[in-house]
Ligand binder design. Structure first.
Ligand SMILES: NC(=O)c1ccc[n+]([C@@H]2O[C@H](COP(=O)([O-])OP(=O)(O)OC[C@H]3O[C@@H](n4cnc5c(N)ncnc54)[C@H](O)[C@@H]3O)[C@@H](O)[C@H]2O)c1
Length: 398
């Protein structure tokens, strides 16, 4: 058993989220040995700005560094599969950003590779680690809501509202065939699946692309950046701006979620409500320290995040006393503490609270059903039976 402070990490990608990873790792005391950027020049520049000793020239160079035991993959989606494969082959633990891969054939392969290794392999579904979400999972499992019947909500952002808004996520070859669903819908689906313990069995999905042609700046654009180069080229867009999805869960519960990257004023608004046979709860990522608890025959309650009032898992994820607001960056520290505890022990917990590769694959399978339903205009089952036979979707289509 080694302590967190003895463990070394490296981070691939140093954009929006790579920087959040590095800051959280430093906060919990992991030794961040260096980073890998898209080019040596960019990597060196970022490493210098973040005060890191080393920018690796290549993934091989990073994997040759014996001090690096855990690799964080925060590159654009199309790179995850190859990078994760090489990290596992080099015997390192890995934390990959969502979505785990570009499609379920890739994510299924990564599940098999991770299972065949003795490494910790996690997907960065960080929203699970808002303390109230950890609390709620135990509260619901202990029967706090009775039987869960209805799961509803949205994930809205506005940063792709204008035709001049641009990011690599808009290109299917970099982001995947699903955009809004893969990028942010996957968070909603993972989070609500985590807190309720329910798996989606079927979906009925409608996908809409309201901006079929966008203006791509000729220079590079950082995620959420407001800087724009004056010159643009017209680009056809095939991925969805908006998705409306009906859900059927195993066991009979129902759900509905709306996902949009065009909702003016909604910067990063994930909301869910869960209605059970004896009560309800609602949570909003923009006020993450508040959990609304709905009652039929007594006044409703508002639980403010407070270690003294939460279940053990909620307490474990909380870093600060009640009233001292915790936010997005804190979820990374709480999540990494649990993952690095497993790395220190040398093996994954049997049922970790963090998302495993199987959980990352699960969201890719739900994505397959969303694509299939949107194409056919009918309900589509989440294609898990292919997993059981060890076949991939690609095999199934041939
Ligand atoms: N968990 C979350 O809440 C969350 C939030 C944002 C993004 N993400 C995920 O993180 C990933 C990155 O998203 P982002 O918003 O940080 O994007 P970004 O464009 O801001 O950053 C991507 C970084 O990867 C680097 N990069 C590109 N090619 C590379 C290569 N070959 N090798 C190494 N680095 C390379 C880029 O230079 C850039 O620094 C995506 O998979 C995204 O889905 C997760």
């Amino acid at each position: 058993m080694r302590t967190i402070h003895e463990l070394g990490a490296a981070v691939i990608g140093s954009g929006f989220i790579g920087t959040v990873h590095i800051e959280a790792l430093r906060r919990i005391g992991v030794q961040v040995q260096g980073l890998l950027g898209s080019s040596s020049e960019r990597g060196s520049d970022r490493a210098a700005r973040l005060g890191l000793a080393r920018a690796y020239g290549s993934l091989d160079e990073l994997l040759d560094d014996p001090r690096v035991e855990v690799v964080h993959v925060t590159s654009p989606n199309h790179l995850h599969f190859e990078q994760v494969k090489r990290i596992l082959a080099a015997g390192r633990h890995v934390i990959c950003e969502k979505p785990l891969a570009m499609d379920s054939a890739q994510s299924g392969e990564l599940v098999r590779l991770a299972a065949g290794s003795d490494r910790v392999a996690a997907v960065n579904f960080n929203l699970r680690f808002y303390p109230l979400n950890q609390h709620l999972r135990e509260y619901i499992a202990d029967g706090g809501l009775g039987d869960v019947r209805l799961v509803s909500g949205h994930y809205f952002q506005d940063w792709l509202l204008l035709e001049t808004d641009w990011n690599w996520r808009l290109e299917p070859e970099h982001g995947g065939a699903l955009r809004a669903v893969g990028d942010i819908g996957s968070h909603w689906l993972d989070l609500t699946g985590f807190v309720t313990g329910l798996r989606v069995s079927e979906v009925m999905a409608d996908l809409a692309t309201f901006i079929p042609v966008r203006r791509q700046p000729t220079g590079p654009v950082e995620t959420f950046s407001q800087d724009r180069s004056a010159e643009t080229v017209a680009r056809d867009i095939s991925t969805e701006d908006v998705a409306t999805i009906l859900l059927r869960y195993e066991g009979g519960a129902r759900g509905a979620v709306v996902i949009s990257q065009l909702s003016a004023g909604r910067k990063n608004s994930l909301q869910y409500e869960i209605d059970g046979s004896s009560g309800a709860v609602a949570w909003d990522s923009e006020t993450p320290d508040h959990l609304w608890i709905g009652h039929r025959d007594q006044p409703n309650e508002l639980l403010l995040r407070n270690p003294a009032l939460m279940t053990p898992a909620g307490r474990q994820a909380a870093a600060l006393p009640g009233g001292h607001v915790e936010g997005f960056a804190d979820t990374f520290a709480a999540l990494f503490r649990q993952i690095y505890a497993d790395v220190g022990r040398g093996q994954m917990s049997e049922r970790p609270h963090y998302a495993t590769f199987a959980d990352g694959h699960e969201e890719m399978l739900v994505g397959d059903a969303v694509l299939e339903s949107a194409r056919s205009g009918r309900w589509a089952a989440v294609p898990r039976e292919l997993q059981a036979t060890g076949r991939t979707l690609e095999d199934a289509h041939t």
